[in-house]
Ligand binder design. Structure first.
Ligand code: SF4
Ligand code: SF4
Length: 300
């Protein structure tokens, strides 16, 4: 059983209770315009090149068995993606760190071994969080990791957008102690416009998770001009008030950290260049609009 992950990060403090280790899966069915980790959208590993770090030494050209790199006369560098088998040989020789392989294939056993190295042995060890990307996109691998983590006594959290078949979530919930539910657009007229998908399945799944009894922490990115109107926030609050087992709502201010990554990944251009992160005062105001729903609302 193998899966493609982007990273395993230790000592994370925002992905569930305690100090945790978070496994970031590759692959996501949504295409949120504000995604700060576009490198996890693609389910496969990706070779990423940084122009500003490259010193044009040409070592990658010699290292590639498939003619995947080329330096042309004007000094620009071309990556022939269609010839690349993602073997990683060029990454190994690039001393300037201009080439990075985003993503790697791992077995359940390899992830568990890393988790055990990372997790503190003390009782406040938070546990493991599966995040992404969308962990349910590789549902068999995610389920195997949840089961194995549970069997080793670890607290398990699943960070999901809910954009996945219910039958998938249903299998995972018995092995999940906490769901971190990321609502990427709620309360606006056209969720599909900025995430690539409608909200129907997401909201139905949220209701069903609530009925399952697994506690839920809701995380909502607040993106100025997209979902921060009073009407959108109050609509979202009204929907969430009807969902069972929500323990808290975290409102996360939009930030621009992902912007620079889009060009390096050959993705469509970043679309939110003109959007400024919301001020703390604005976030507090939005939280106040949501509080009448009776839930525990915080700014993250
Ligand atoms: S090995 Fe690295 S620094 Fe040298 S040309 Fe290739 S990408 Fe640039
Ligand atoms: S990853 Fe392997 S095949 Fe792809 S460009 Fe680098 S050396 Fe060539």
């Amino acid at each position: 059983m193998t899966g493609i992950i982007f990273d395993i990060r230790k000592s994370t403090i925002h992905d569930g209770p305690g100090t945790r280790t978070t496994v970031f899966f590759k692959g996501c069915p949504l295409q949120c315009a504000w995604c700060h980790s576009p490198q996890v959208m693609d389910p496969q590993p990706q070779l990423v090149w940084s122009d500003d770090k490259c010193v044009r030494c040409g070592l990658c050209i010699d290292a590639c068995p498939n003619g995947g790199h080329e330096l042309v006369a004007d000094g620009s560098r071309v990556h022939h993606q269609e010839q690349c088998t993602l073997c990683g040989a060029c990454v190994d020789v690039c001393h300037a760190d201009a080439l990075v392989m985003e993503g790697r294939e791992v077995t359940v056993e390899q992830v568990m071994a890393e988790l055990k190295r990372h997790l503190p042995s003390s009782e406040d060890s938070g546990g493991v969080t599966l995040s992404g990307g969308e962990p349910t996109y590789q549902h068999k691998f995610a389920l195997a990791l949840l089961k194995q983590s549970r069997s080793e006594g670890l607290h398990t959290a699943l960070d999901t957008s809910g954009q996945t078949p219910w039958r998938t979530l249903k299998k995972m919930l018995p092995h999940t102690d906490l769901v971190l539910f990321d609502i990427n657009q709620m309360g606006s007229a056209d969720p599909k416009q900025h995430t690539g998908m409608p909200n129907g399945k997401i909201l139905t799944n949220l209701t069903r998770i609530g009925e399952s009894g697994v506690p839920i922490v809701i995380r909502i990115p607040i993106v100025p001009g997209i979902n921060d109107s009073r009407e959108a926030i109050e609509n979202a609050a009204a929907c969430l008030a009807d969902v069972k087992n929500i323990t808290r709502i975290l409102l996360l201010p939009y930030h621009e950290l992902g912007e620079a990554k889009y060009g390096r990944l050959n993705r469509d251009a970043y679309k939110l260049n003109d959007v400024e992160p919301p001020e703390p005062e604005r976030m507090r105001e939005i939280a106040e609009w949501m509080r009448p729903c009776g839930l525990d609302v915080h700014v993250g």
